[in-house]
Ligand binder design. Sequence first.
Ligand code: BES
Ligand code: MN
Ligand code: ZN
Length: 491
Amino acid sequence: MRPIPIYSPEDMRQADYILIPVFKKDHKKLLKYLAACEGQLPSPWSKQALLLAENHEPDYKKFIEQWVGKQKLILMGLGDERAYQKIAGVCRLAVHKQEEKPSGGKIVLVLPDYLDGNSISALANGLALSAIRLDYYKSEKKGKPAELAFFTGKKSTLKSIEAGIRIASTQEEICHLVNLPPNEINPQYLAGWARRAFHGRPVKVEILEEEALAQHKMGALLAVGMGSETPPRLLVLDYQPSTRAKKLKHIGLVGKGVTFDTGGISLKDPANMHLMKSDMGGAAAVLGAVDLAEKSGLAIRLTAVIPLAENAIGPASYRPGDVIHSYSGKSIEIIDTDAEGRLILADALAYLVKKYKPEIMVDLATLTGSCIMTLGNKAAGLFTNNERLAQGITAAGEATGERVWRLPLWKEFEEEMHSDIADIKNLATKPVAGASTAAKFLEAFTSGHPAWAHLDIAGVAMVDSDFSKMRSATAYGVHLLVKWMEEMIKP
Ligand code: BES
Ligand code: MN
Ligand code: ZN
């Protein structure tokens, strides 16, 4: 991510596009601010902006545009929006619209003095995220990336700008991991990415390969991964800030890292199979959360266990009917090889509990189509029987705009997972409540941990958006997890 300069009033002359945020409640303040800008400026932008703003008040996500000589003024409607990503999305969209033109140009975001830190951070985040491009493999790149800048008179906004850019730079990386194709992003790639990304930082990286997995008797992860030419890995990250305060809270994270999900022998319908490159969205979110937590110097101990596998078809593939032996000691009857996510998570959760004993555990997984049927792409499914955890994660999601919605994890779902010949089976008897029965399966591998939550992110990891014609990655979970942890450790 390139650094984004701050323009002086003098610099404003070279701006091609001038973005002005318009929050409903601040409309009067905006007029005052623009009037005050006028005296100090060599370019006539603020005078015209004042006229424009006096006559228009764009609704949320609406833009009012006007040319002033060679400059274009753009009022960005933000309504009464408070959710971080909702604000960021408008700013990103404003840049995206200009960037579709071949000229590129210089885009300046005006940050009036009266904005609060959260809004400034969100706007800066959206501006920075506009750097995400999807034309990785296009022989001809269309349009030129814009040059971005801020205009602000207030020193204290710098911290908020930095925070927004810091979050965006992690989110950008994570989006790439999800958007890039599955012949590139395999278990080895993600393990290597983590090694490189965390080198020289206070994050221990450990990668268990097949032999180690076999020694540890991780039969579930091995079963899912062995149908592929690119074998499974278990990636373990352990972060502790170098300046250690008193006793740190210890959080455990788990992320589903299926780098491609064909369904295995229970083969998927080909219609949307290409989207299964996003089946490592949980793993990517967890990698991002560790990255961002470390960059922010969060006073927390964070252990992430990320199972990586490709659910492919090969001579060594596991089959429906197989009984496999998981790390926890529980045997699992395979009914459907397409219910693979819960298997690799089973080993990861059990390993995390047994080896690291974190106080709180959260897993993120693109786990079920059933969750998408229930919540669409509007929220992730949240499953936990811990009220405090539910409240904390829900509040963080409302704040960042990565919404979660609680779904049940009732005892009654347990019998759905009964197997006659093994301890548990991997698919419910009836094809109903699929997201809850999947969560119930996971719970069986948490050793009754009192503070565990599962997020089913199948509907939100890769979505139709304003920024692409096909579905693209959202980095869902990165900001949510870090925000949740930040709030939790506040005194
Ligand atoms: N990775 C899929 C879930 C998924 C579906 C994610 C669509 C994103 C978009 C998961 O491994 C899967 O195949 N789930 C099956 C489970 C079923 C076999 C019990 C599903 O939901 O259909
Ligand atoms: Mn599957
Ligand atoms: Zn899957």
